[in-house]
Design a protein around this ligand. Structure first.
Ligand SMILES: [Zn+2]
Ligand SMILES: [Zn+2]
Length: 358
Protein backbone atom coordinates (compact mmCIF):
# COMPACT_ATOMS: atom_id res chain seq x y z
CA UNK A 1 0.00 0.00 0.00
CA UNK A 2 1.27 3.43 -0.85
CA UNK A 3 0.07 6.66 0.65
CA UNK A 4 0.90 10.14 -0.51
CA UNK A 5 1.01 13.36 1.41
CA UNK A 6 1.44 16.76 -0.13
CA UNK A 7 2.77 20.09 1.03
CA UNK A 8 2.24 23.71 0.21
CA UNK A 9 4.28 26.83 0.65
CA UNK A 10 2.54 30.05 1.52
CA UNK A 11 3.23 32.39 -1.35
CA UNK A 12 1.79 35.46 0.34
CA UNK A 13 4.04 35.16 3.38
CA UNK A 14 7.25 34.32 1.58
CA UNK A 15 10.06 36.72 2.44
CA UNK A 16 12.88 34.95 0.63
CA UNK A 17 13.08 33.08 -2.65
CA UNK A 18 12.64 29.37 -2.17
CA UNK A 19 13.52 26.40 -4.28
CA UNK A 20 12.27 23.03 -3.15
CA UNK A 21 11.89 19.41 -4.02
CA UNK A 22 8.76 17.41 -3.38
CA UNK A 23 8.46 15.27 -0.30
CA UNK A 24 6.44 12.16 -0.98
CA UNK A 25 5.49 9.69 1.73
CA UNK A 26 5.87 6.13 0.50
CA UNK A 27 5.29 4.03 3.63
CA UNK A 28 4.68 0.33 2.91
CA UNK A 29 3.42 -2.71 4.81
CA UNK A 30 2.31 -6.23 4.01
CA UNK A 31 -1.33 -7.11 3.43
CA UNK A 32 -3.55 -10.20 3.72
CA UNK A 33 -6.51 -10.16 1.29
CA UNK A 34 -6.30 -6.36 1.39
CA UNK A 35 -6.06 -6.06 5.19
CA UNK A 36 -2.84 -4.78 6.80
CA UNK A 37 -0.74 -7.46 8.51
CA UNK A 38 -0.25 -6.16 12.06
CA UNK A 39 -0.19 -7.12 15.72
CA UNK A 40 -3.58 -8.11 17.13
CA UNK A 41 -4.81 -5.67 19.80
CA UNK A 42 -2.00 -3.23 18.88
CA UNK A 43 0.56 -4.75 21.25
CA UNK A 44 3.36 -7.25 21.64
CA UNK A 45 6.04 -8.18 24.15
CA UNK A 46 9.67 -8.08 22.99
CA UNK A 47 12.01 -10.46 24.87
CA UNK A 48 15.47 -8.91 25.07
CA UNK A 49 18.46 -11.27 25.18
CA UNK A 50 20.88 -8.65 26.53
CA UNK A 51 21.37 -8.56 30.31
CA UNK A 52 18.61 -6.59 32.03
CA UNK A 53 19.85 -3.05 32.75
CA UNK A 54 22.83 -3.33 30.36
CA UNK A 55 23.54 -0.60 27.80
CA UNK A 56 22.35 -2.87 24.97
CA UNK A 57 19.12 -3.52 26.88
CA UNK A 58 18.53 0.18 27.56
CA UNK A 59 19.29 1.21 23.96
CA UNK A 60 16.90 -1.50 22.70
CA UNK A 61 14.17 -0.16 24.98
CA UNK A 62 14.88 3.42 23.84
CA UNK A 63 14.31 2.35 20.22
CA UNK A 64 11.08 0.56 21.17
CA UNK A 65 9.85 3.70 22.95
CA UNK A 66 10.72 5.83 19.89
CA UNK A 67 8.12 3.89 17.89
CA UNK A 68 5.57 3.41 20.67
CA UNK A 69 5.55 7.14 21.54
CA UNK A 70 4.50 8.37 18.08
CA UNK A 71 1.46 10.61 18.42
CA UNK A 72 -1.66 9.47 16.63
CA UNK A 73 -0.73 5.79 16.97
CA UNK A 74 -1.89 3.19 19.48
CA UNK A 75 0.89 0.59 19.52
CA UNK A 76 2.35 -0.61 22.84
CA UNK A 77 5.56 -2.61 23.25
CA UNK A 78 5.91 -4.58 26.48
CA UNK A 79 9.41 -5.63 27.52
CA UNK A 80 10.70 -8.82 29.08
CA UNK A 81 14.01 -10.69 29.07
CA UNK A 82 15.17 -14.16 28.08
CA UNK A 83 18.46 -16.03 28.02
CA UNK A 84 19.60 -18.86 25.77
CA UNK A 85 19.27 -18.83 22.00
CA UNK A 86 16.48 -16.94 20.25
CA UNK A 87 14.57 -18.91 17.65
CA UNK A 88 11.73 -18.29 15.24
CA UNK A 89 8.77 -20.48 16.15
CA UNK A 90 9.29 -20.56 19.91
CA UNK A 91 6.38 -18.15 20.39
CA UNK A 92 8.56 -15.36 21.81
CA UNK A 93 9.38 -12.17 19.88
CA UNK A 94 13.03 -11.60 20.60
CA UNK A 95 15.91 -9.12 20.20
CA UNK A 96 19.32 -10.78 20.17
CA UNK A 97 22.75 -10.89 18.52
CA UNK A 98 23.90 -13.96 16.60
CA UNK A 99 25.92 -14.76 13.48
CA UNK A 100 23.56 -14.50 10.48
CA UNK A 101 24.01 -14.60 6.73
CA UNK A 102 27.01 -12.55 5.56
CA UNK A 103 26.23 -9.13 4.12
CA UNK A 104 23.23 -8.53 6.38
CA UNK A 105 23.86 -6.18 9.28
CA UNK A 106 20.64 -7.37 10.91
CA UNK A 107 17.31 -8.88 9.99
CA UNK A 108 13.81 -9.52 11.26
CA UNK A 109 12.05 -12.84 10.73
CA UNK A 110 8.31 -13.00 11.32
CA UNK A 111 5.52 -15.53 11.60
CA UNK A 112 2.14 -14.30 10.39
CA UNK A 113 -1.42 -15.60 10.22
CA UNK A 114 -3.53 -14.80 7.16
CA UNK A 115 -6.83 -16.64 6.88
CA UNK A 116 -10.02 -15.96 4.97
CA UNK A 117 -13.46 -17.42 5.64
CA UNK A 118 -14.33 -18.61 2.14
CA UNK A 119 -18.05 -19.02 2.93
CA UNK A 120 -18.54 -15.59 4.51
CA UNK A 121 -15.82 -13.87 2.50
CA UNK A 122 -14.38 -12.23 5.62
CA UNK A 123 -10.69 -11.98 6.52
CA UNK A 124 -10.49 -13.78 9.87
CA UNK A 125 -6.85 -13.28 10.74
CA UNK A 126 -4.26 -10.85 9.36
CA UNK A 127 -1.79 -10.83 12.19
CA UNK A 128 1.89 -10.97 13.05
CA UNK A 129 2.31 -13.68 15.71
CA UNK A 130 6.08 -13.61 16.23
CA UNK A 131 8.90 -11.28 15.13
CA UNK A 132 12.55 -12.00 15.94
CA UNK A 133 15.11 -9.21 15.48
CA UNK A 134 18.69 -10.44 15.10
CA UNK A 135 21.80 -8.25 14.89
CA UNK A 136 24.65 -9.92 13.02
CA UNK A 137 27.28 -10.55 15.70
CA UNK A 138 30.00 -10.86 13.06
CA UNK A 139 29.82 -7.05 12.60
CA UNK A 140 30.89 -4.32 15.00
CA UNK A 141 28.31 -1.93 16.48
CA UNK A 142 28.67 1.32 18.41
CA UNK A 143 26.40 2.83 21.04
CA UNK A 144 27.76 6.34 20.36
CA UNK A 145 25.45 9.18 19.28
CA UNK A 146 24.62 8.70 15.59
CA UNK A 147 26.76 10.42 13.00
CA UNK A 148 27.01 9.68 9.26
CA UNK A 149 30.24 7.67 9.73
CA UNK A 150 28.08 5.07 11.49
CA UNK A 151 26.50 4.15 8.16
CA UNK A 152 29.62 1.99 7.97
CA UNK A 153 31.16 -0.40 10.50
CA UNK A 154 31.05 0.00 13.41
CA UNK A 155 27.35 0.47 12.69
CA UNK A 156 25.09 2.57 14.89
CA UNK A 157 23.28 0.10 17.17
CA UNK A 158 20.45 2.62 17.66
CA UNK A 159 19.98 3.20 13.93
CA UNK A 160 19.95 -0.50 13.08
CA UNK A 161 17.60 -1.48 15.92
CA UNK A 162 15.25 1.45 15.15
CA UNK A 163 15.02 0.34 11.50
CA UNK A 164 14.57 -3.36 12.32
CA UNK A 165 11.93 -2.64 14.97
CA UNK A 166 9.93 -0.99 12.19
CA UNK A 167 9.87 -4.42 10.51
CA UNK A 168 8.68 -6.07 13.76
CA UNK A 169 5.73 -3.64 13.67
CA UNK A 170 4.81 -4.71 10.15
CA UNK A 171 6.43 -1.91 8.14
CA UNK A 172 8.26 -2.75 4.91
CA UNK A 173 10.95 -0.72 3.22
CA UNK A 174 9.59 1.99 0.91
CA UNK A 175 10.74 1.84 -2.71
CA UNK A 176 14.28 3.19 -3.22
CA UNK A 177 13.42 5.72 -5.88
CA UNK A 178 16.25 7.90 -7.11
CA UNK A 179 16.83 10.63 -6.17
CA UNK A 180 15.42 10.07 -2.68
CA UNK A 181 12.77 12.69 -2.13
CA UNK A 182 11.75 11.74 1.38
CA UNK A 183 13.28 10.74 4.69
CA UNK A 184 12.42 7.43 6.33
CA UNK A 185 13.93 5.23 9.01
CA UNK A 186 12.45 2.38 6.97
CA UNK A 187 14.45 3.42 3.91
CA UNK A 188 17.55 1.21 4.16
CA UNK A 189 20.72 3.22 4.79
CA UNK A 190 18.83 6.46 5.18
CA UNK A 191 17.49 6.73 8.72
CA UNK A 192 18.67 10.19 9.68
CA UNK A 193 17.14 11.79 12.71
CA UNK A 194 15.97 15.19 13.77
CA UNK A 195 18.20 17.69 15.49
CA UNK A 196 20.90 15.35 16.87
CA UNK A 197 18.59 12.43 17.64
CA UNK A 198 17.63 9.38 15.66
CA UNK A 199 13.87 9.13 15.47
CA UNK A 200 11.13 7.94 13.11
CA UNK A 201 10.40 10.33 10.24
CA UNK A 202 7.18 11.62 8.70
CA UNK A 203 7.11 8.74 6.20
CA UNK A 204 7.45 6.12 8.96
CA UNK A 205 4.72 7.88 10.92
CA UNK A 206 2.36 7.70 7.93
CA UNK A 207 2.91 3.93 7.89
CA UNK A 208 2.49 3.41 11.63
CA UNK A 209 -0.67 5.54 11.73
CA UNK A 210 -2.12 3.42 8.92
CA UNK A 211 -1.42 0.20 10.88
CA UNK A 212 -2.24 1.35 14.43
CA UNK A 213 -4.33 4.54 14.27
CA UNK A 214 -5.28 6.47 17.42
CA UNK A 215 -6.99 9.73 16.43
CA UNK A 216 -7.70 10.55 20.10
CA UNK A 217 -4.11 11.67 20.71
CA UNK A 218 -3.39 14.97 18.93
CA UNK A 219 -0.24 17.03 19.10
CA UNK A 220 1.85 19.60 17.26
CA UNK A 221 5.45 18.56 16.61
CA UNK A 222 7.75 20.21 14.07
CA UNK A 223 11.28 18.85 13.75
CA UNK A 224 14.30 20.19 11.87
CA UNK A 225 17.29 18.22 10.63
CA UNK A 226 20.88 19.10 9.81
CA UNK A 227 20.93 16.36 7.17
CA UNK A 228 20.02 16.47 3.50
CA UNK A 229 19.08 13.89 0.91
CA UNK A 230 22.22 12.42 -0.61
CA UNK A 231 22.82 9.25 -2.57
CA UNK A 232 26.57 9.24 -2.12
CA UNK A 233 26.64 8.29 1.58
CA UNK A 234 29.82 10.34 1.81
CA UNK A 235 30.01 11.59 5.36
CA UNK A 236 30.22 15.32 4.72
CA UNK A 237 27.82 15.06 1.78
CA UNK A 238 25.00 14.25 4.17
CA UNK A 239 24.95 17.65 5.85
CA UNK A 240 22.92 20.61 4.63
CA UNK A 241 25.17 23.14 2.88
CA UNK A 242 25.28 26.58 1.33
CA UNK A 243 25.13 27.10 -2.43
CA UNK A 244 26.42 29.92 -4.65
CA UNK A 245 23.19 30.85 -6.52
CA UNK A 246 24.99 31.88 -9.75
CA UNK A 247 26.81 28.54 -10.14
CA UNK A 248 24.74 26.06 -8.14
CA UNK A 249 27.94 24.78 -6.51
CA UNK A 250 28.61 24.39 -2.79
CA UNK A 251 31.04 26.73 -1.08
CA UNK A 252 32.26 27.24 2.48
CA UNK A 253 33.20 30.95 2.19
CA UNK A 254 31.36 34.14 1.16
CA UNK A 255 31.87 37.91 1.25
CA UNK A 256 29.57 40.18 3.22
CA UNK A 257 26.61 41.13 1.01
CA UNK A 258 26.96 38.05 -1.23
CA UNK A 259 23.78 36.14 -2.11
CA UNK A 260 23.79 32.58 -0.77
CA UNK A 261 21.32 29.72 -1.01
CA UNK A 262 20.88 27.84 2.29
CA UNK A 263 19.61 24.25 2.25
CA UNK A 264 17.20 23.24 5.01
CA UNK A 265 14.95 20.33 5.90
CA UNK A 266 12.13 19.93 8.37
CA UNK A 267 9.09 17.75 8.95
CA UNK A 268 5.68 17.92 10.57
CA UNK A 269 5.63 14.86 12.86
CA UNK A 270 2.40 15.95 14.54
CA UNK A 271 -1.19 14.97 13.92
CA UNK A 272 -2.63 18.16 12.42
CA UNK A 273 -1.88 20.59 9.61
CA UNK A 274 0.20 23.49 10.86
CA UNK A 275 1.47 26.73 9.40
CA UNK A 276 5.22 26.54 9.95
CA UNK A 277 7.49 29.58 10.07
CA UNK A 278 11.22 29.03 9.43
CA UNK A 279 13.59 31.76 10.63
CA UNK A 280 17.28 31.79 9.65
CA UNK A 281 20.15 33.22 11.72
CA UNK A 282 23.89 33.83 11.51
CA UNK A 283 25.60 32.64 14.71
CA UNK A 284 29.19 32.78 15.95
CA UNK A 285 28.73 29.35 17.56
CA UNK A 286 26.83 26.23 16.55
CA UNK A 287 23.94 26.97 18.91
CA UNK A 288 21.28 29.09 17.22
CA UNK A 289 19.09 31.43 19.26
CA UNK A 290 16.96 34.53 18.72
CA UNK A 291 19.91 36.62 19.99
CA UNK A 292 21.83 35.73 16.80
CA UNK A 293 21.77 37.80 13.59
CA UNK A 294 18.43 37.28 11.80
CA UNK A 295 18.78 36.92 8.02
CA UNK A 296 15.41 35.80 6.64
CA UNK A 297 12.39 33.54 6.90
CA UNK A 298 10.07 31.24 5.00
CA UNK A 299 6.61 29.85 5.73
CA UNK A 300 4.94 26.59 4.77
CA UNK A 301 1.54 24.97 5.28
CA UNK A 302 2.40 21.45 6.43
CA UNK A 303 -0.13 18.59 6.49
CA UNK A 304 0.36 16.00 9.26
CA UNK A 305 3.32 13.69 8.57
CA UNK A 306 4.80 15.69 5.71
CA UNK A 307 8.19 17.25 5.12
CA UNK A 308 10.09 19.88 3.20
CA UNK A 309 13.52 19.67 1.57
CA UNK A 310 14.19 23.21 0.40
CA UNK A 311 16.63 26.07 0.14
CA UNK A 312 16.33 29.80 0.75
CA UNK A 313 18.27 32.55 -1.03
CA UNK A 314 19.40 35.33 1.31
CA UNK A 315 22.26 37.84 1.44
CA UNK A 316 25.16 37.54 3.85
CA UNK A 317 24.54 40.43 6.29
CA UNK A 318 26.73 43.51 5.85
CA UNK A 319 26.86 43.91 9.62
CA UNK A 320 28.08 40.89 11.59
CA UNK A 321 29.62 40.38 15.07
CA UNK A 322 33.15 40.07 13.64
CA UNK A 323 34.07 43.31 11.86
CA UNK A 324 36.72 41.50 9.82
CA UNK A 325 36.97 37.85 8.73
CA UNK A 326 35.24 35.27 10.91
CA UNK A 327 33.55 31.88 11.06
CA UNK A 328 29.76 31.64 11.38
CA UNK A 329 27.17 28.90 11.55
CA UNK A 330 23.82 29.30 9.83
CA UNK A 331 21.01 28.02 11.98
CA UNK A 332 17.27 27.89 11.62
CA UNK A 333 14.29 27.60 13.92
CA UNK A 334 10.82 26.33 12.96
CA UNK A 335 7.70 27.21 14.90
CA UNK A 336 4.03 26.42 14.48
CA UNK A 337 1.94 29.55 14.04
CA UNK A 338 -1.28 27.90 15.21
CA UNK A 339 -0.32 26.18 18.47
CA UNK A 340 2.37 25.15 20.93
CA UNK A 341 4.88 22.53 19.89
CA UNK A 342 5.19 19.50 22.16
CA UNK A 343 8.87 18.92 21.38
CA UNK A 344 10.73 22.23 21.41
CA UNK A 345 14.14 20.56 21.62
CA UNK A 346 14.14 19.47 17.97
CA UNK A 347 12.87 22.78 16.53
CA UNK A 348 16.25 24.42 15.98
CA UNK A 349 19.49 23.31 14.39
CA UNK A 350 22.74 24.77 13.10
CA UNK A 351 24.53 23.57 10.02
CA UNK A 352 27.28 21.11 10.88
CA UNK A 353 30.04 23.03 9.08
CA UNK A 354 30.85 26.74 9.61
CA UNK A 355 31.07 29.34 6.84
CA UNK A 356 34.10 31.63 6.53
CA UNK A 357 32.90 35.20 5.92
CA UNK A 358 35.34 37.81 4.56
ZN1 LIG B 1 11.38 -16.13 18.72
ZN1 LIG C 1 15.01 -3.36 6.46
Amino acid sequence: MTKFSSFFKILGALFVMISFSSFVAAAKFGTCYGKPIKWKNNRTTMYIHYPQGSELDLHSQWAMASWADIAGTAFTYYVNWRSGNASLGNGFSEISSAPIVAGHVAHVQTKTLCTKNLRLGTVDKHYITEADLTLNSTYGFTLDTFEPAHLHEPFSFDKVVLHELGHTLGLDEPPQISPFTYFAVMLESYPFGHYDNLSPHADDIVGLRALYPDPSYQKIDLAVSKYREDLSHSHNGLYTKVIVPSTGGYRTWFNKGDPMEVEYTFENLGTTTVTADVRFYFSVDNYVSAADTYIGSASWIMPAASGVIASAVMDVPLSLPYSSTGNYYIGYVVSARNGDDDNYYNNFVSQALPLRIY
